[in-house]
Ligand binder design. Sequence first.
Ligand SMILES: [Zn+2]
Length: 183
Amino acid sequence: MFLKKENHKIDLLKKNYEARLLFNFDNNSGFLFFFGKKMNLILTNNSNQEIIIDSNSITMPLIEGYHNQVIFFYNYIIKKYYNFFNNLVFEILEQDFKYKKENLVFCLKFLKTKLGICYYQKNKIVLNVFLIHLNLTAIKFIITHEILHLKYHKHDQLFKKNLLKKFPLNYYNIKNILDKISI
Ligand SMILES: [Zn+2]
């Protein structure tokens, strides 16, 4: 059983990020975007089965209800990809920003409306597990954005200038990133 609260979060995710463009399925098949790549989703009746991710497909047990299926997948990602995202955050922090932030706390979880949050007073960065759908450039963009907030708290000119210096691409907000990926 899953909590209502989690269902609510997924509803918000769907609404905010048009999640069904990235993760959609019916009774036994569908697709999902995994690191920006469209993967076939195979749902099996074997409830004991682990999630198997290969180069073109993801196989996982069929679970009753859209929300439960989605949460099952995200819980798996939180467990298995925590280190991946954690390492990426520290890599960008140390390489791109030339400073090492001691005691930075990193967290990967469901977030209602944002892809990432920086609690600069607490020296904490939280990333949304939903990032698993985006390509690596988009993920790095979000991480860079949050890391910059450790220093620049508001989305002011200085913040934008520094972010665009790191990412001289013609997109700024996440809607544009998602549009690129879902097309
Ligand atoms: Zn921000």
